[in-house]
Design a protein around this ligand. Structure first.
Ligand SMILES: CCCCC/C=C\CCCC/C=C/C(=O)SCCNC(=O)CCNC(=O)[C@H](O)C(C)(C)COP(=O)(O)OP(=O)(O)OC[C@H]1O[C@@H](n2cnc3c(N)ncnc32)[C@H](O)[C@@H]1OP(=O)(O)O
Length: 241
């Protein structure tokens, strides 16, 4: 699955809906595996589209958040094998997508990956945190989340946020295929049940608290102080360009 929403693959409602549909198709056509990557030469995904949260239409922003939850359920909780070929920056929601896969290969270069929410004055939702603690040790996750740490490729490899480094996108995809090939001699049902048991607690936590999570998000986007911060953040991104 190749993310292709220039310039930075920010996750807006339309892209999330497309992803959700594609994940359904992959599950339905009984694909063995999926590799998630990006068509951009330098950004895997810039995370959630800030414009979806800035001065939002309430009905749309509710659909936006529930679709994001759905994409996470379908990706994190998939039966099929998942790997991410991370060929560029992966902040926040971009990092969430990568961590929701079972294996991550990142191309070398001046790219970064991490959950930077606290730097924006935002608290990452529990399921973002659960996805991180499913990937790297709890102590490292707490440190990274509280300090909004963006890891460079070497740091990400050292902490286990990524599994391998690749020279370029083709190499990243080849390495993801290498990971997928490891399952050729492992019974598929045993593999998928084991994966889902490992992920069950995080999945159940969001299933049980899904409405509450949505309400927290809706309160968050309607808070005037948050709106002011988002406005300043958007300006800072635009000034940079
Ligand atoms: C107690 C419970 C509380 C509950 C609270 C509930 C929920 C809140 C949690 C929400 C969780 C949030 C998750 C997120 O994902 S927020 C998004 C975070 N993402 C970022 O901070 C990344 C920002 N972007 C960048 O750092 C860079 O763009 C880059 C990805 C490193 C790529 O750099 P570069 O190639 O140099 O591109 P530009 O910076 O020049 O950007 C090109 C244009 O794209 C626009 N842009 C960039 N990122 C975004 C984005 N995330 N959303 C929308 N638009 C974005 C940028 O403004 C440029 O636009 P322009 O061409 O019009 O100037």
């Amino acid at each position: 699955m190749t993310l292709q929403r220039p310039p930075v693959n920010s996750l807006n409602l339309d892209l999330l809906k497309e992803m959700s549909k594609s994940l359904d198709e992959i599950a339905k056509n009984k694909s063995k595996a999926m590799i998630l990557t990006s068509a951009s030469p330098k950004v895997f995904s810039a995370g959630l589209d800030i414009m979806e949260m800035y001065k939002p239409d309430l009905k749309r922003v509710e659909e936006f958040w529930t679709t994001l939850q759905e994409v996470w359920f379908k990706l994190f909780g998939s039966n099929f094998i998942t790997a991410a070929a991370i060929n560029g920056h992966a902040p926040a929601g971009g990092c969430l997508l990568a961590m929701s896969c079972e294996y991550r290969v990142m191309t070398g270069g001046n790219f970064s990956i991490g959950l930077n929410e606290t730097a924006l004055g935002i608290v990452a939702p529990n399921w973002f945190m659960d996805t991180m603690t499913n990937t790297i040790p709890v102590r490292e996750a707490e440190y990274a989340l509280t300090t909004a740490r963006m890891f460079n490729v070497e740091e990400a490899l050292k902490v286990g946020l990524i599994d391998e480094v690749a020279t370029d996108k083709d190499d990243a995809i080849a390495k993801c295929k290498g990971f997928i090939g490891k399952f050729d001699r492992i019974p598929a049902l045993a593999r998928s049940i084991t994966k889902l048991k490992m992920r069950q607690a995080a999945i159940k936590r969001l299933q049980d608290g899904r409405r509450e999570d949505l309400n927290e998000f809706l309160q968050f986007v309607q808070n005037p102080k948050i709106q002011k911060s988002l406005e300043m953040y958007i300006q800072s991104l635009k000034k940079k360009a």
